[in-house]
Design a protein. Structure first.
Length: 249
């Protein structure tokens, strides 16, 4: 039976959510399914999402990367058709990392977003068409944000708050560099950067303070109260901590 109607009836589409699930394929391997309003996308968890191997490579990106390496002397240039193949491929990976994020498979999200960023770099380097280059580059802030979210989320699961904040800080820097590079473009909003900054504020509010952070906070309060004697004791304790020692106040 070719009609997928019965399958769609069993899995209702929710417009206010990302509808995703893992199923076991006929080949015995897990498959990722993304429910859309008019159907279902089924993807492989690894390799190219549709399972194809262009030119016996795992993706068009890998295929063209090899061609570029072998044509260094002649000067490899991507044709518009090749760029279209890469663009269609990045859309597949976009659908997959969006679904994987919903499933909290952060390691695979990191892998797929890093891979799409590699595509953007590759097209920028080997295409001679500025308009085509921009069709890829315009999505860089979003992909950086998703990559940052995935890496930071791994840290948060392991309660490594400071490491998560470092990833977020690096993500913000990369997005800021993008907007600076394309300052001549008009952007209605920069929500990716604002999202990461807001997220960092939320993490800072809930993360436990280290002993050094606790003392720094206590020092600030002591100075505000003009309790300079106590502030001096706190500074001593901070210096002892920096030296790997401990001195109870």
């Amino acid at each position: 039976m070719d009609d997928i109607g019965p399958i769609l009836k069993k899995w209702k589409y929710k417009s206010d959510d990302i509808n995703v699930r893992l199923i076991k394929g006929l080949d015995g391997k897990p498959k990722l399914q993304l429910r859309l309003d008019l159907g279902i996308l089924q993807m492989e968890l690894d390799g190219r999402p549709d399972g194809r191997r262009p030119g016996r490579f795992d993706s068009y990106l890998s295929y063209f990367e090899k061609k570029a390496r072998h044509n260094v002397k002649d000067g490899f240039i991507l044709s518009p058709g090749q760029c279209l193949q890469l663009q269609q491929e990045t859309i597949q990976y976009y659908h997959r990392y969006l679904a994987l994020m919903k499933l909290e498979d952060y390691h695979r999200v990191t892998r797929d977003t890093a891979r799409n960023l590699r595509v953007f770099d590759f097209v920028e380097k080997f295409s001679d068409n500025e308009e085509i280059i921009w069709t890829f580059q315009q999505y860089r802030p979003y992909v950086i944000m998703m990559n940052t979210r995935a890496q930071a989320s791994v840290c948060l699961k392991e309660t490594r708050y400071n490491d998560a904040l470092k990833y977020i800080g690096n993500g913000v820097i990369l997005i800021e560099k993008f907007y600076k590079k394309y300052s001549e473009k008009e952007f209605d909003e920069k929500f990716e950067m604002e999202f990461l900054k807001q997220w960092a504020e939320e993490i800072n509010e809930v993360k436990p303070l280290t002993e050094h952070e606790r003392l720094e906070k206590e020092l600030t309060l002591a100075v505000k109260r003009e309790d300079y004697e106590h502030a001096a004791l706190i500074r001593d304790e901070i210096n002892y901590l920096k030296q790997g020692k401990s001195k109870n106040i």
